[in-house]
Write a protein of this length. Structure first.
Length: 361
């Protein structure tokens, strides 16, 4: 069956369908990772997005459920140059095509993905419609024009009730904005006793949990879409140690009085060089974000920039000058090193271990 991709600038790409027969609409983005398509598709941070993989052959090692970041696919569609229909890997449970079909996700292959990436890099990420059910071009245009892109993506992916993951160590409240499984695993590896809480849990409920620290997770969308959550984080500042990753980094910055902005096409891939200023060391990092911290907005705040991106000098990490608070834009659990950035979880544990004398502040 034929597949069709229609972009908001009027561009049309024709290919061959795979996955579930259907039509999807979302933000078109690209990821430069050579591997990791199963982690990418099941990462809640990709909610509302249609992903183009830049590596030309996708699906060659199949699907391994052990490496999935959640129990479902959150990306609304997948675009590849060539799909491998005969995967080969000793841990493979099924093909990528089979997985997408089971999870009702639309895919298109035989697409010039290099052309799409050049277009996005020149014009910025854009809205699109992807279909493999032979609908007309006019129907696709109408779908795009009438779709409401102002949905609360975090509400869609965040858990609805508190989950307790028992551990023998420090008690940590994990604010779930769309958390990846591997982040939970890294906190568990540090023996943390975790209370994973919904994104909109009120401050009064959080302090009743009798915790030692706060973790702010990754997630999809614009951080400014969560004003109530930002106010909750403001109230937590000065009360407990806080560590944020990705969207959590952006929300923490906003709570500290800084600002964020939408990037032209974002950072999505497993090969981004990040310079740790305080350690004078470069790390290769995994990233997935379309928003960034405004450097100028934090100049006169009690904030220190700890990490910068070596490609575009964007802010990749901050810490508070006096309080036990820090965050990073990249994913230290993303394993491109594979363990290069795990020290950040160790840093969080060190903050939890100190007698900060701030809980009653």
């Amino acid at each position: 069956m034929n597949g069709l991709l229609y972009l908001e600038d009027g561009s049309i790409y024709k290919g061959k369908s795979f996955g579930k027969s259907g039509t999807a609409v979302g933000e078109l983005v690209f990821n430069t990772s050579m591997v990791g398509y199963e982690e990418i598709l099941t990462d809640p941070s990709y909610a509302g997005q249609i992903v183009t993989m830049t590596y030309p052959l996708i699906g060659n090692y199949g699907i391994n459920r052990e490496d999935m970041e959640s129990t479902k696919v959150y990306s609304k569609g997948l675009i590849v140059k060539k799909l491998c229909n005969v995967p080969s890997h000793y841990m493979s449970n099924e093909s990528l095509d089979s997985m997408l079909n089971k999870m009702n996700i639309v895919g298109i292959q035989n697409i010039d993905t290099r052309s799409i990436v050049r277009k996005i890099r020149s014009n910025g990420s854009m809205k699109c419609v992807i279909s493999n059910e032979n609908i007309s071009l006019n129907e696709m245009k109408n779908i795009l024009n009438n779709y409401n892109f102002n949905e609360n993506l975090v509400e869609m992916v965040s858990r609805k009730s508190i989950a307790h993951i028992k551990g023998s160590g420090y008690k940590v409240a994990v604010m779930d904005f769309g958390i990846k499984k591997n982040i939970i695993e890294n906190l568990k590896n540090k023996n943390c006793d975790l209370k994973v809480i919904p994104y909109n849990t009120p401050y009064e409920e959080i302090v009743k949990l009798n915790i030692d620290g706060i973790f702010l997770s990754n997630g999809p969308g614009d951080p400014k879409d969560l004003p109530k959550t930002i106010e909750t984080i403001k109230k937590l500042i000065g009360k407990l140690p806080i560590f944020g990753i990705c969207l959590g980094h952006q929300l923490l910055t906003l709570a500290l009085g800084g600002d964020t902005y939408k990037m032209k096409f974002g950072h999505r891939g497993g090969n981004h060089g990040v310079y740790d200023i305080e350690k004078d060391k470069v790390y290769i990092t995994s990233q997935n974000h379309g928003y960034a911290v405004d450097r100028e907005s934090i100049k006169n705040k009690d904030i220190v920039i700890t990490h910068v991106n070596l490609n575009d000098n964007t802010v990749e990490g901050i810490r508070h000058k006096y309080l036990p608070i820090f965050s990073v834009q990249f994913h230290p659990e993303g394993a491109p090193g594979p363990n290069d950035s795990i020290y950040l979880f160790d840093r969080f544990i060190e903050l939890l271990s100190k007698d900060n004398n701030i809980k009653s502040a």
